[in-house]
Design a protein around this ligand. Structure first.
Ligand SMILES: [Ca+2]
Ligand SMILES: [Ca+2]
Ligand SMILES: [Ca+2]
Length: 166
């Protein structure tokens, strides 16, 4: 116990010395292309690939991922933190369609409405692409969604994102 404690203190000192809090798991290194919440330059995602990210490194982190879909493509988006050991994140996901008028919101989900009775925090969206085109996923913390003053910058806010066919 003592040894674990001293390792933790050592880790905390190391993190503090880096200035910015860093995710402890090195694989959670999604590229944060923006340091604010403007909606440009989403990272590309491919169907059936799993992405790992963090909602951290700034007070209000929103992560964006883009993909192309054919009309009527049946897809689902899963943002999971419950399966990530030690994650403190309650994820929230939104799906936008890229159009000439901006990014109309298609769907949003906090705690997986598709599995009634389940009490998990993970987010899921199932959808049929209305048109052939480009779509953008927004991942963030539930704490940030309805409160523009809220912050959530915990380096253990880890998640995995998967877009899959269904
Ligand atoms: Ca992030
Ligand atoms: Ca981000
Ligand atoms: Ca949630």
């Amino acid at each position: 116990m003592k040894r674990i404690l001293s390792s933790l203190i050592g880790l905390s000192l190391l993190l503090a010395s880096c200035g910015q809090p860093q995710p402890p798991a090195s694989e959670f290194n999604e590229v944060d292309l923006r340091k604010d919440t403007t909606r440009d330059v989403p990272a590309e995602v491919a169907v059936d690939q799993t992405f790992k990210g963090t909602i951290a490194g700034q007070d209000r982190d929103f992560d964006y991922y883009a993909f192309d879909a054919d009309a009527d493509a049946r897809l689902q988006i899963n943002v999971m933190s419950s399966s990530v050991k030690g994650s403190t994140l309650d994820p929230y996901v939104k799906l936008y369609m890229v159009s000439d008028d901006g990014w109309p919101l298609l769907e949003k989900d906090d705690d997986n409405v598709y599995t009634p009775g389940e009490t998990g925090l993970d987010s899921e969206i199932r959808f049929n692409a209305p048109v052939k085109g480009r779509y953008v996923i927004e991942v963030t913390s539930f704490k940030l969604v309805n409160d523009p003053e809220a912050t959530d910058n915990n380096p253990m806010n880890l998640y995995t994102l998967k877009v899959s066919k269904r």
